[in-house]
Design a protein around this ligand. Structure first.
Ligand code: S3P
Length: 445
């Protein structure tokens, strides 16, 4: 999916108390995985609550092009009839993943285990992101790549392995995308494929593989790491998947409710997988009033309702080992830190440089143009909170949905309005973001 060159700016203004009860859209990570595993399974997969954002729709289109039957039955309700492990066909046209690193990298893993050839492409943001980290292990397993510009950038052609070999792979960075790509390729290899990561990254692929019938073991490795092993060539069977609300999307109204005076909101069905809740933990340490009202489990993932009340926040230090559990939330945490009293130090943020944009630089710019003192020291970001934010800045979003949403949340409580240059990319992960926030009382113009 491509966007037109015409940008759609928006301004957020200081708003009265936010209130209401909302369910943010389905989790993006789980949505991608449900389509990909559904495509690799035999029989029918029924998905409810699928995120119908552009990133996920691109993955749905890619799975169709690879031979699966993927159908929308109603709002968020989708069925997939898969082709079985190693059963993909070569797509007639390049697979366009738009803005989505997750869709692209997980699909590369899945394709690497089928004897097919596929061209992978994406938008300017995705074309700038590193793919070598995925291609290295997939080539060890027998896949081949060609055409990629330096460092394995898109567009590139991937030739899946005819006889994939199982490997033991130590990931160079804690990345669920690398781990997932290796495990998905390992599905068609005989024997056991193992991934060892220094820090435990989100485990949705492991959980969902089990849910579809694969044998996956997971055990601690070192102080923060994990060793995951998959027994190859399972018969994956289509399954029912319930997609909980995305904690990474809930993060925006959550922070807004904390910083807009007198707010009180309830966020329902939010996934509480502990490998995704680093932001909630951090906001609570800052003094945020976030109550977990009830917890339940549906199709493998836990979820809960959260009541969030406006709070006086104070600066904290966020340790580097927490990064994998809140990697997409540092932008909006930086917004919360700007409204806090005192210094917030966020450590170990090197991975932010290779997301949809260079989020380390973009977050610092977002704060600076709005009068907040911020410093980047190596891989750490240090924000000087002064209890209020002057605002008045124009924020460059760099084709990055999370910069746009974070900056708009800042504007709801800053002294002067905050403007973003483009809201188009919000549709990749949170299509109803603007109307949903307006329903709670957010003022945009
Ligand atoms: C994701 C993993 C993370 C995250 C991304 C979604 C996933 O990327 O930033 O938005 O669904 O596996 P990395 O694994 O590269 O850190």
């Amino acid at each position: 999916m491509t966007h037109s060159d015409r940008k759609t700016p928006l301004e957020a203004r200081r708003s009265a108390a936010l209130s209401g009860r909302v369910r943010v859209p389905g989790d993006k990570s789980i949505s991608h995985r449900s389509l990909i595993l559904g495509a690799l399974a035999v029989g029918e997969t029924r998905i409810s609550g699928l995120l119908e954002g552009e990133d996920v729709l691109n993955t749905a289109a890619a799975m169709r092009a690879l031979g699966a039957r993927v159908e929308r039955q109603g709002e968020g309700a989708w069925t997939v009839h898969g082709v079985g492990v190693a059963g993909f066909v070569s797509p007639a046209k390049p697979l366009d993943f738009g803005n989505s690193g997750t869709g692209c990298r997980l699909a590369m893993g899945a394709v690497a285990g089928s004897p097919v050839t596929a061209v992978f492409d994406g938008d300017a943001s995705l074309r700038s992101r590193p793919m070598r980290r995925i291609l290295d292990p997939l080539e060890q397993m027998g896949a081949r790549s060609s055409d990629g510009a330096d460092g394995g950038r898109l567009p590139l052609t991937l030739h899946g392995a005819r006889d994939p070999v199982p490997i033991v792979y130590r990931t160079p960075v804690a990345s669920a995308q690398i781990k997932s790509a290796v495990l998905l390729a390992g599905l068609s290899a005989p024997g056991v494929t193992t991934v060892i990561e220094k820090e435990w990254s989100r485990d949705h692929t492991e959980l969902m593989l089990r849910h579809f019938g694969a044998e996956v073991s997971s055990e601690p490795e070192g102080p923060h790491g994990r060793k995951i092993s998959l027994k190859g060539q399972p018969e994956l069977k289509g399954a029912a998947v319930v997609v909980p609300a995305d904690p990474s999307s809930a993060a925006f109204p959550m922070v807004a409710a904390l910083v807009v005076p007198d707010s009180e909101i309830v966020l329902t069905d939010v996934m509480t997988n502990p490998l995704r809740t680093g932001l909630i933990k951090t906001l609570r340490e800052m003094g945020g009033q976030i109550d977990e009202l009830n917890t339940r489990r549906d199709a493998g993932e836990p979820m809960a309702e959260f009541r969030v009340r406006a709070s006086r926040l104070r600066g904290v230090e966020v340790p580097a080992e927490r990064a994998p559990s809140m990697i997409d939330e540092y932008l909006v945490l930086a917004v919360a830190a700007s409204f806090a009293e005192g210094t917030t130090i966020m450590r170990g943020l090197q991975e932010l440089r290779v997301k949809e944009s260079d989020r380390l630089a973009a977050t610092a710019d977002m704060l600076r143009v709005n009068g907040v003192k911020v410093e980047i020291d190596g891989d750490d970001m240090i924000v000087e909170g002064r209890g209020h934010v002057p605002g008045g800045g124009l924020v460059a979003t760099h084709m990055d949905h999370r910069i746009a949403m974070s900056a708009l949340m800042m504007g709801l409580a800053s002294d002067l309005p905050v403007k973003v240059d483009d809201t188009a990319f919000i549709a990749t992960s949170f299509p109803d973001f603007v109307p949903m926030m307006q329903k709670m009382g957010a003022e945009f113009a």
